[in-house]
Design a protein around this ligand. Sequence first.
Ligand code: SAH
Ligand code: SF4
Length: 355
Amino acid sequence: MKNLLDFSQAELSEFIEPKFRAKQIFEWIYKKKAKSFDDMTNLPKDLRENLKQNFYIDPLKKIKSEHSKDGSIKYLFELKDGKTIETVLLPMKEEQIDDNGKIIRHARYTICVSSQVGCKIGCAFCLTAKGGFVRNLTAGEILAQVLYLKNDNDIPYERRVNIVYMGMGEPLNNLENVSKAVKIFTDNDGLAISPRRQTISTSGLSSQIKKLGDMDLGVLLAISLHAVNDELREKLMPINRAYNIASIMDAVRNFPIDMRKRVMFEYLMLDGVNDSLNDAKTLVKLLNGIKAKVNLIYFNPHFGSKFKRPSEENMIKFQDYMSAHGVTCTIRQSKGIDISAACGQLRERSKNESA
Ligand code: SAH
Ligand code: SF4
């Protein structure tokens, strides 16, 4: 059996005749919320039977979901092979304003998707890293996360969501399937979510950033920087030995991005480790000449972690320094901290409960 969501419309139309059937199937799945092939009433019965015998359209089973006071909902899904992943729905109230202060859209929902089961990168602060790497998600398993959350929360088809590849896994270690998902998301007969609403977050695999740039998909890029010198970054993120800060900055400078957009630099604040004003000062220098915005993230502590959450005071001081030096800087309001929101935490807790 194959996951039908792994196929682009063009691929489907290669083996389903006549070609317009592929478009109909896409519309059933992505627009009309079909739950089974039997729902696809305008397809001939023999085609439906044939599809039933070869494909499924439900790659995810919900194990549980947790609602946070701030409105975010975190899902734990089981895949067909029994592995589990997390996806988070984040209601976004803030509107988006362009450089001239004009409102360009009212953001509504952001969905944070996983791209792998586990992760190879092994960052010291990350819970996903602890379980090691299991496997890549397929394009269909990535698409299904957004489809499931939209349907489960009755988000109308027309209301486009933003997608961030910031759940479990390193998306650029699964570039083939992630880029395929980006394209299928974009299909107008599918979810029609433009690449400009999709942000790929990476721990900084410079050579893969270049490959992603060469694909010219039109996606936005986020870099998990977290440290401003190589010595500290190597300790926090072992990948820095292969790709140091200079190589990342170089890759970012060459990355094709919409004139009106910026590359996001995520900076995880770890109390007493990387949150001083000296760090802020170096960060300003590093970003010199790059159209960047900085997003400060509160470290979300988890059981056994040696790092501590920074004080609000330090967060604001750091932010003020950046703003005073001309760098747009926001603080990520730690959505869903009461539902164990840092990536990997729901999965980890669930394992412990069943142990
Ligand atoms: N692998 C990619 C995308 C997934 S991680 C990346 O690293 O960018 C998404 C974000 O969550 C990263 O910025 C990561 O550093 C951050 N993160 C990991 N563990 C965290 C924790 N305990 N608290 C807060 N943020 C965390
Ligand atoms: Fe992987 Fe990102 Fe976690 Fe690092 S922070 S281990 S790259 S998921």
